[in-house]
Design a protein. Structure first.
Length: 193
């Protein structure tokens, strides 16, 4: 099979699986966090896709913060994260290398992440990689009943894939991301056996 045809077949397979995965993830039948508890808003803007999500997680702000800042273990529980490494840290600024994979597609990139621990806020921006845009944030707010409101925001555009497809994939996977956070907190709080 010639390279252009092989590349087209891989791309078509990737697109089909992404749409299928987004539709599957949006169904929510087998989730512990009810889909109604996760509010997702998304839009396509000129030059990028944007998504916001909010959900309540059973756990304190400190517990959620610990999960989100355990960078080098993200690949153990976060969907699609194959590798995450700290490349450098200066004060509250962390340079992170990510490798993410969706079905047959794998890509890597580097971001600069700023931590505002006292405000329970993280923001990141792209330093290098195949994205033309990749920035966002996590914001944590105590809910007062042992739960934390976890707000996620991302603005993204890839140099090779249409923003509409990236947005479908991203919004379809967000319930799994929130579930992974909840599962990690539950696991960390489980009594030792």
């Amino acid at each position: 099979m010639g390279e252009p045809l092989k590349s087209s077949c891989i791309y078509l397979c990737f697109l089909t699986m992404m749409v299928w995965g987004a539709v599957c993830a949006a169904g929510g039948e087998c989730r512990d966090l009810p889909p109604d508890d996760i509010v997702i808003r998304s839009s396509l803007e000129p030059g990028y896709a944007e998504a916001d999500a909010e959900a309540l997680i059973d756990g304190s702000v400190e517990e959620v913060w610990a999960v989100l800042t355990d960078y080098e273990r993200l690949s153990e529980y976060m969907p699609s994260v194959k590798d995450c490494r700290i490349l450098g840290k200066t004060g509250s600024t962390v340079r992170l290398y990510y490798e993410i994979g969706y079905f047959v597609f794998t890509t890597s990139y580097t971001v600069e992440l700023r931590e505002w621990k006292d405000n329970h806020l993280q923001t990141w921006r792209l330093l290098e990689g195949p994205f033309s845009v990749n920035s966002g944030s996590w914001a944590l707010t105590p809910h007062g009943d042992g739960r934390t409101k976890v707000a996620y925001h991302v603005r993204i555009s890839h140099n090779r894939f249409p923003d509409r497809i990236l947005l479908r994939l991203l919004t379809g996977q967000l319930p799994d991301v929130y579930q992974a956070i909840q599962d990690r907190i539950d696991r960390d709080n489980a009594p030792d056996e």
